[in-house]
Design a protein around this ligand. Sequence first.
Ligand code: ATP
Ligand code: MG
Length: 416
Amino acid sequence: MARFQPPRGTKDLLGEGMRRHQQVVGFGCEAFRRYGFQQWATPIFEDTHVFARSLGETSDVVSKEMYTFEDRGGESVTLRPEGTAGVARALVSNSLTQALPQKIFYHGPMFRYERPQKGRFRQFHQIGAELIGAESAFRDAEVIAMARDFLVSLGLGDDLTLELNTLGDLASRKAWREALVAYFRQHKDSLSEDSKNRLEANPLRILDSKAEQDKRLLADAPAFDDFLNDESRKFWDDLREALTAFGVSFVENPRIVRGLDYYSHTVFEFVTDKLGSQGTVLAGGRYEGLVEEMGGPAVPCIGWAAGIERLASLIEAPAAEHSDVAILPMGDAALLKSASIALSLRNAGFSVSIETKGNMKKRMDRVVQSGASHAIFLGDDDLERDVVQLRSLATREQEEVAVDAVVHVLERVRAV
Ligand code: ATP
Ligand code: MG
């Protein structure tokens, strides 16, 4: 018979892996609550244009990583490679462009056809946030502070560095881009093959190149700083001032350009040296044209997304949840009685397991190992007198308790 494996680049989430994943999502949701963000869920597939247009035809994601296919009706659809485009599309589809700002978060699976390796999958998960209608650099700083709080709450404050850059406004970027193209054209022969292709289509991406020969050229490339116009320079100053006011520390890194086309002004990444070359765990920036691309008005936004797998691999493993109470019935009548005892305990909020497998000693060993706080023994003579034997696994003390009083007794213990 066939033995199936998960598809290449995907992973089953179970046991500790699932607990790590849930911990990341749980702390994320908690950070979002403190900043007043609300959850949205958009479809995991969209009309292909939603991504192709917004992320830029020359971006890595659109040019080689998208899961695009024709559905049975002949429509071209794409499994979402990221969350922002769908959120912007949903804003417009649901006529919310006049109800700004919208503070949104999401989490869920994303799909990119990449070469699988450590920290890089074909189905992975992101948790992210978008502030739609971000009127000033102050908002950028607040949304970055939210990311910082999230990462600190996961216990990663000391492992991560925030790297920050500005891409300026469109006019600044255009002037710089022209200077860059001119510079690289002069040195075309020294560029890597990849970068030669990027030269006309997307020269900013050369700055992101990992090829040594490109890196050598970058040292003398025209610096963006010289092309920032006054407005962009003020935005950049305001951002850094507001970040300091929010208590966020950062380092400036002019090499951060981000892979997608829609960013302007603020771009940032939280990075670690603990994950080898897949060291970026959370990344984002400001984008101003995306809502317009989706058929809405021009709305400035700031957002970020974190890779859940990368964060999950960095945190300490959360302990497994265990039942509070185990019931160990002896005999058929006791088994049926254990159903109603379990029901009333569960209704009172206790987590209950009914242990039926193996002899009493085996069951008891399992219960002690499970970390339960109490065991309830229930035999024929207990049934006759309508009592149970309640044992505290912490003190090893055992007492006889009337069936009707079990919930009450355990509630009293829980209260202290
Ligand atoms: P990279 O440079 O690593 O390819 P990216 O720029 O493509 O990253 P983004 O699109 O900014 O990544 O996505 C945000 C975050 O999502 C990344 O920082 C990373 O943590 C995570 N991520 C992106 N692609 C993958 C993937 N294929 N597998 C696992 N996590 C991923
Ligand atoms: Mg990528």
